[in-house]
Write a protein that binds this ligand. Structure first.
Ligand code: FES
Length: 265
């Protein structure tokens, strides 16, 4: 679906050194967007920059028609977005792309800004079905922990500097958890290296795994090839059309080196 919705921003606040949380009144998108899908957002008024930026929503409030996006400032588009104020209108196309499968007992793994779709999946999962691992460089990057609902089974934290939770990476916890045999499915979003290692651990444990790719996009509708990535089997995929959520088992783990920069917003 690629319909346009325009609505007022409720809040656009800084939540860490380089990340912001934007909430907008978008009732149609709040009803129709599913975890893993992306929204294609015009980040400033007018036509400069011309290209929209893709964002995975981090939560929706269907009752009140609200959509939340947490974004990292990584370029001109997202820098301009930080200047949007409450009451300004935001122009959004979507929802687009494939969705996470919410089914059975799930191990959800998120790193960096990739925690956004994991939070949305955890919000929408049935009670007690989601165990979540989130990782960041430091305690400050794990502001997300306050956003997760009480309905999840468990929330595990990791930091590169050891300031909170496990000292190390989110993937470190995955093999032992999967060895318990408790999980039916793994969902992951974050840096390419994280998704690659989590997918490999899931494959070794024989557990289905879905990863959600963050890619620089142009058209967002399959026409420009800006988002193409290579699969391990030599075939190619348009992330905006065939993704952003991919099942890693049938296609093999996607070749890490071919993916380019992460979080290219
Ligand atoms: Fe244009 Fe995917 S963004 S083909």
């Amino acid at each position: 679906m690629n319909a346009l919705e325009v609505g007022p921003i409720r809040t656009n606040e800084r939540v860490s050194a380089d990340m912001y949380r934007l909430v907008a009144e978008l009732p149609r998108l709040a009803q129709t967007t599913r975890p893993g899908q992306f929204l294609h957002v015009r980040t400033a008024r007018g036509w400069d920059p011309l290209l929209r930026r893709p964002f995975s929503p981090s939560r929706v409030d269907r009752e009140n028609g609200l959509v939340e996006m947490v974004y990292r400032v990584v370029g001109r588009g997202t820098e301009l977005m930080t200047h949007m104020r409450a009451g300004d209108e935001i122009d959004v196309l979507g929802p687009r792309g494939t969705t996470f499968t919410l089914d059975g007992k799930m191990l959800m793994v998120g790193g960096g800004v990739g925690i956004a779709p994991i939070l949305f999946a955890a919000q929408q999962a049935a009670a007690e079905t989601a165990t979540v691992i989130i990782g960041g460089r430091s305690r400050e990057e794990l502001f997300w922990q306050d956003y997760f609902p009480d309905t999840i089974h468990d929330l595990l934290l990791t930091t590169d500097d050891g300031s909170v939770g496990h000292h190390g990476y989110a993937v470190d916890l995955v093999p032992a958890l999967l060895a318990s045999g408790e999980f039916d499915r793994v969902l992951c979003c974050g840096p390419t290296i994280l998704m690659s290692k989590v997918a490999a651990a899931a494959y070794a444990a024989g557990v289905p795994c879905e990863v959600s790719f963050e890619r620089r996009m142009g058209c967002g509708t399959g026409g420009c090839y800006a988002c193409v990535c290579d699969r391990k089997d030599g075939t190619h995929a348009k992330v905006c059309q065939e993704g952003p959520v991919f099942d890693t088992i049938p296609v093999g783990v996607i070749v890490e080196a071919s993916l380019g920069p992460d979080s290219a917003q």
